[in-house]
Design a binder for this molecule. Structure first.
Ligand SMILES: [Zn+2]
Ligand SMILES: [Zn+2]
Length: 97
């Protein structure tokens, strides 16, 4: 399966549960983002059979901040911007990247 195919299947099957308040500021926006702790693209590259959807709920502000830090080489895995993906979950206001 292609990388794009694998990621889109993973995206479609993600069961992320009920959106939670931001884990950094605990502020509950109407919109929460699910941030994958291990980027889906990296999981594919590592040959995962099943996607790991371990994620953190973040408010849009802190999600943007985390990705800004990742882009700027903070943490050991820069270049993970490509794991970003947008999911509009049915019946929720959740998005996942
Ligand atoms: Zn926050
Ligand atoms: Zn993210």
């Amino acid at each position: 399966m292609s990388k794009e195919g694998w990621i889109s299947v993973a995206r479609a099957q993600a069961a992320l549960g009920q959106p939670q308040p931001c884990q950094i500021c605990f502020f509950s926006f109407e919109l929460s983002h699910a941030h994958h702790l291990m980027p889906l693209a990296e999981q594919y590259d590592r040959g995962f059979d099943k996607p790991n959807h371990t994620h953190a709920w973040l408010c849009p502000n802190h999600h943007a901040l985390i990705h800004f830090l990742l882009r700027n080489g903070v943490r050991e895995n820069p270049g993970n911007v490509h794991h970003c993906m947008l999911i509009r979950l049915p019946h929720t206001n959740a998005e996942t990247y």
